[in-house]
Design a protein around this ligand. Sequence first.
Ligand SMILES: *[C@@H]1O[C@H](CO)[C@@H](O)[C@H](O)[C@H]1NC(C)=O
Length: 435
Amino acid sequence: MNLSNWVSIILILSTLKPQITTGLSDISQQFLEFAKKDQVFEWMVGIRRKIHENPELGYQEIETSNIIRQELDKLGIYHKHPVAVTGVVGFVGSGEAPFVALRADMDALSLQEMVEWEHKSKVPGKMHACGHDGHVTMLLGAAKILKHHSHLLKGTVVLVFQPAEEGGGGAKVVVDSGYLENVKAIFGLHVSPERPIGQVFSRPGTLMAGSGFFEAVIAGKGGHAAIPQHSIDPILAASNVVVSLQHLVSRETDPLDSQVVTVAKFEGGGAFNVIPDTVTIGGTFRAFSKEGLMRLKQRIEEVIVGQASVHRCNATVEFSSKDKPLYPATINDAGLHKFFEKVAGSVVGLNNVKEMSPFTGAEDFSFYQEVIPGYFYFIGMKNEKNDKPESLHSPFFQLNEDVLPYGAAMQASLAATFLQESQRQSQNSEHKDEL
Ligand SMILES: *[C@@H]1O[C@H](CO)[C@@H](O)[C@H](O)[C@H]1NC(C)=O
């Protein structure tokens, strides 16, 4: 243990005071029991299935938004709509500061559901294959828990139902809406099919990568495939571009700084005997730092344009546009990590709070973290009901509904405890002022 750890322990010890308020594990256990009650659980399952049957893509979550607002109305929770096109922001608690936010993403994917069951997606080509139907339900569950225990809330919980996580950057639009200006912290979660139910996973600092998308049109001159000397072949140029892009990570990046460049789209030509005029390529890039991401963006453009010109082709490159913004890396606030471990421990037991490795997926939760201390975590949902889970974004993906009470209780406990601690801290600092 190094010196700074000792210093922080001493600091923590020095702020400990006898507590008169309800203990942390008391409320967390109350919340989990409440969420597991048959009546509450079945209510959540009903909502989740209704949303699952009618998946909607980013910024089109009209019905999902209706369901959310109807449930908030039934709970007597004040809310604002529309926020960020189809989003909803609810408020539960005293109506006064401090404010803490909980976020759920609402959108589905362009994917045909392949699971045959009673509540299969009724919309061809659209599916909740990333669990956002569950996330919305858990936040409504948290809303119900918090409303039922609102006498315990020492401030206001802001419930953020956010559209368009899957590439649309709905979080950025919510931030720009201004509803989060006085919020002191924000928490978000994601279901994890491979991890055991009753456990939660996260880490301090960098959790997920920043990401961007690119698309390039490489233009040559089409012609007869048997007389190549009269054409300028964009297929060969694009092929060399794809190979050259591999060098950005293998030769220009610090091996200890993980990055990804993937060309996932390659389109051109339609006949065996015709050299096409153009080829379109596209893909994604990932990095854990803003500098890394910006460097990749710059070099991807330089390499595509430069390598195309070697083959006498012209190239134009476009990056993540307005509807596909660059996502920053998801970086968990270090202070909130200790808080999270403590609260999560009181909900699911300390043994079930696990530290995970960072990975190169991306999350637009990062837009909140750019302006507010934020914490993102994963919640396991593997048990005997789904012991061979399909991954997120698979057409065979199935949400295990047993996870719903855990998510609802986790979110509600994080928010309620955060408000309690904020109040305690501000009381402590008032006492100091008096001295
Ligand atoms: C590339 O652009 C230049 C300048 O606009 C043009 O003269 C040339 O014909 C273009 N080449 C191809 C292969 O499109």
